[in-house]
Design a protein around this ligand. Structure first.
Ligand SMILES: Nc1ncnc2c1ncn2[C@@H]1O[C@H](COP(=O)(O)OP(=O)(O)OP(=O)(O)O)[C@@H](O)[C@H]1O
Ligand SMILES: [Mg+2]
Length: 272
């Protein structure tokens, strides 16, 4: 009977958190990229994830978004186990993600890239599109307008008709966020969105994240810019060698001896 009781308890906890990663491990050959990681993300919060290079941060996102299967453990989203669902099915459940390497369609315009993100929200199928049925036209117009509004919201309206591949790097990163928002997510996973941005772009990103949160979207932010994380996050989780070594409010995590030891010699924590 004991396993059932334990399962029941896990399910109950999963209901309380929007996202729950439970005992997740993932190895690549001899490298334990994730080692028994358990972590909850509450609805409406911004959780920051920090950790040295190779700590397993991106691997965690890939497991949550469905691009990698864990060797062990389970992922719960909105009270349901999702580890068996492929990435495209998770997007329709409300998980959106921006990868560390920005993956846009370079020859498509900025607007079209965001329109692609709108797709999980539309109803029409292949037949509607081929036969150019009225529903297809209506949804095409709706998608275009929605994408245009999102571009305006993230400050990229003037770039709408430019091919994504020609846009400056910082703009491409913001465009990737707009595309993720187009899916209408409950949970947004951002992997180092501030990397390579200028100071002005970073400030705009901070404003955008605050705006996204006001809309009630839960955000998990992987970031090497520890100062930015400490300012924006409600809680911070720290990974080191695939293990979660600390999680809590920023001031508590910053003072944690294990975190300080993990960052020893790394100026970024001292500067935060
Ligand atoms: N597809 C893969 N094949 C082999 N090893 C991998 C793969 N993906 C990740 N790893 C290894 O797993 C470990 C964790 O990698 P991961 O990319 O998750 O780290 P990270 O915390 O995101 O690092 P960074 O801050 O540099 O982005 C590293 O040792 C990495 O080399
Ligand atoms: Mg990474």
């Amino acid at each position: 009977m004991l396993p059932q009781v334990l399962d029941g308890r896990t399910a109950l906890q999963a209901e309380q958190a929007l996202l729950r990663v439970a005992g997740v491990s993932r190895a690549f050959g001899g490298v334990h990229a994730l080692d028994n990681v358990t972590l909850e993300v509450h609805e409406g919060e911004l959780l920051g994830i920090i950790g040295p290079n190779g700590a397993g941060k991106s691997t965690l996102f890939k497991v949550v978004s469905g691009f990698l299967r864990p060797d062990r453990g389970q992922v719960w989203f909105a009270g349901r186990p999702v580890a068996h669902l492929p990435a495209y099915r998770r997007a329709t459940t409300g998980i959106a993600f921006c990868f560390q390497d920005v993956r846009l369609f370079p020859t498509m315009t900025a607007l079209e890239n965001v329109m692609v993100g709108c797709h999980p929200r539309t109803q029409h199928g292949f037949v509607d599109a081929v036969l150019r049925l009225p529903r297809h036209h209506r949804e095409e117009r709706w998608t275009r307008e929605r994408a245009q509004r999102l571009l305006t919201r993230v400050g990229l309206a003037t770039h709408a008709q430019r091919p994504a591949g020609f846009l400056p790097f910082g703009v491409q990163r913001t465009l990737a966020i707009a595309r993720a928002l187009a899916t209408g997510p409950r949970l947004l996973l951002l992997d180092e969105p501030a990397a390579g941005l200028t100071a002005a772009e970073r400030a705009r990103l901070a404003d955008l994240l605050a705006d996204i949160r006001r809309d009630g979207v839960t955000v998990v932010l992987i970031e090497h810019d520890v100062a930015l994380v400490m300012v924006l996050a409600d809680r911070v989780a720290v990974l080191e060698n695939g293990r979660l070594i600390a999680v809590g409010p920023p001031e508590q995590v910053q003072a944690d001896p294990r975190v300080i030891a993990a960052y020893l010699g790394d100026e970024s924590l001292a500067e935060a």
